[in-house]
Design a protein around this ligand. Structure first.
Ligand code: HEM
Length: 479
């Protein structure tokens, strides 16, 4: 437990609570050469940033209006809510002249320099690795603003306010847009594009959240900077590193693979129809059924009531009887098991690597044409975003040491690669594969196609609101 309570007015709202969103725009920018003007304008921007307290209030307002509507037997109204957070890359801090070692090598070097080690596809040009990213992410991005809202009009309103402050579009604009990507919850609320309920498992932060069964709790120092022994400048307290990844998903191709490789039987040996076999294969690759129900708790049939129940849908541990050999309930390489191995390892080897995820889907639904062709024609995927106090322990570790590593978690049969996000670590020439998809055997499922394609990303630092106001901003301070 931390001794001092967290300063909820100081910590940006997306970190511990999550900005409430039906739609969310990530606005990536470069700061113009008039750095002082930009830094002066930051004092007007700082009061618009949604704090943890404000994000909690947004949630209370929405849940109260739902309760009221329910009590009065009417449809819950859409409550207009808008949120804004901001984060800077190392090149952004450098551009602003903010000095001091923030103590994170991954952040300092930036994500482009990490793309090869992350396993992203690319080619070598003049002896230098160039990932297959969109051009925007291959140039310097100084910062990102995250605009969230109940609808696009709410986002647009904040966007207009911020644009007026920063003179966007005018001759004396202090930033210019590098890329604007719009995410939105899907019609199948809360489900990512492959169809699985997402955002179920994040760690509880001690002293802030009430831990739910199986959720697992972390000391705030795992998520927030300035709460551990690492020496950092005073302005780095109450911040967090934001790892952003622009991940495209090949949904028709994923569905075709499931269709072509149905599991013949379940873990009790019952014969399955092709549809049931495909559904079970998908669930075993993710670690949860589409409803969110964990296969570790319900390995044979989906249980949508369990999937929705926050008191039960994280209450599983894998490996309950310390069984290092069986993947009959859940494959070792299933996405959720790779990225949070729970009892596969002792807690001290899992807890430092927990991250808080705040992603949102982007792109249209699969069209009838795409479904017919089994091919993606339109770009869609996940604007993946996660927070941690240390990138090498958080996102970088989860992607490289867990998802991409064939031997993780350490078991009698090599688990293989995370079928959803696993990429080939440099030097790994074997095809993507995993073991244990079939509950009846430990055979490897070979040659898994790639269904998640990274097309960019960056590492950012999400500073405290006081750092933004008192250190990053110049001149007049508006409280
Ligand atoms: C398009 C890419 C991705 C898709 C479709 C995806 C999908 C999912 C789904 C459906 C879940 C289960 C819901 C839940 O437990 O909240 C999940 C959980 C999770 N994912 Fe991903 N994910 C993606 C990318 C990533 C990346 C890049 C990482 C980190 C490197 C990651 C880390 C996690 C973690 C830590 C969990 C929670 C596991 C647990 O605590 O049980 N995911 N993901």
């Amino acid at each position: 437990m931390t001794s001092t309570p967290l300063d909820l007015d100081n910590i940006q709202g997306d970190i511990l609570v999550g900005l409430l969103k039906k739609t969310e725009t990530f606005y990536f920018f470069q700061i113009s050469d008039d750095v002082n003007a930009f830094r002066t304008q930051l004092s007007q921007l700082a009061p618009l940033i949604t704090s943890t307290t404000a994000a909690m209030d947004h949630r209370k307002t929405v849940s109260q209006s739902k309760k009221d509507a329910l009590a009065q037997g009417r449809e819950p109204p859409v409550v207009p809510i808008a949120g804004l957070n901001i984060a800077f890359s190392q090149s952004g801090l450098t551009k602003m002249g903010i000095t001091g070692d923030i103590g994170d090598v991954g952040f300092k070097n930036g994500q482009l320099a990490d793309a090869l080690a992350l396993g992203d596809q690319g080619s070598t040009v003049n002896g230098k690795f160039v990932p297959d990213w969109i051009p925007a992410f291959k140039n310097a991005i100084h910062g990102v603003m995250i605009f969230s809202g109940d609808k696009q009009a709410s986002v647009d309103k904040t966007l207009a306010e911020v644009s007026a402050i920063l003179r966007v579009g005018a001759h004396d604009a202090t930033i210019h847009e590098v890329l604007k990507v719009v995410g939105a919850v899907r019609p199948e609320n809360g489900h990512e594009h492959f169809g699985f309920l997402d955002g179920i498992s994040n760690p509880a932060v001690e002293g802030f959240d009430i831990e739910k069964p199986g959720q697992g709790a972390v000391d705030p120092k795992v998520i927030l900077t300035g709460h551990d022994a690492i020496l950092r400048p005073a302005w780095a307290t109450d911040g967090s590193f934001l790892a952003f990844r622009y991940l495209f998903q090949l949904v028709p191709e994923f569905n075709l693979f499931l269709k072509k490789n149905p599991l013949p039987t379940d873990s009790d040996g019952n014969r399955l129809t092709p549809e049931q076999g495909s559904e079970l294969l998908g669930a075993r690759m993710v670690g949860r059924w589409k409803s969110g129900a964990p296969v570790d708790l319900t390995p044979i049939v989906d249980d949508p009531v369990l999937g929705k129940d926050p008191m039960r849908n994280n209450d599983f541990h894998y490996n309950i009887e310390n069984d290092f050999t069986s993947q009959s309930r859940c494959p070792f390489a299933a996405h959720t098991r790779k990225t949070n191995p729970r009892n596969d390892l002792r807690p001290e080897f899992v807890t430092p690597h927990r991250i808080i995820r705040r992603g949102v889907p982007f792109g249209p639904e699969v069209t009838p044409d795409e479904a017919q062709d089994n091919r993606t024609h339109l770009g869609r995927g996940l604007l993946f975003a996660c927070y941690q106090s240390n990138l090498a322990n958080g996102f970088q570790f989860v992607q490289k040491q867990w998802a991409n590593a064939r031997g993780f978690p350490p078991k009698s049969t090599p688990p293989g690669i995370d079928p959803i996000i696993g990429q080939l670590n440099p030097g790994d020439v074997l095809p993507r594969s995993m073991s244990g998809t079939n509950p009846a055997s430990q055979d490897e499922l070979l040659g898994l196609p790639i269904w998640v394609v990274p097309r960019g990303g960056e590492y950012f630092f999400s500073p405290s609101i006081s750092a933004l106001r008192d250190t990053f901003a110049l001149g007049v301070h508006i409280h």
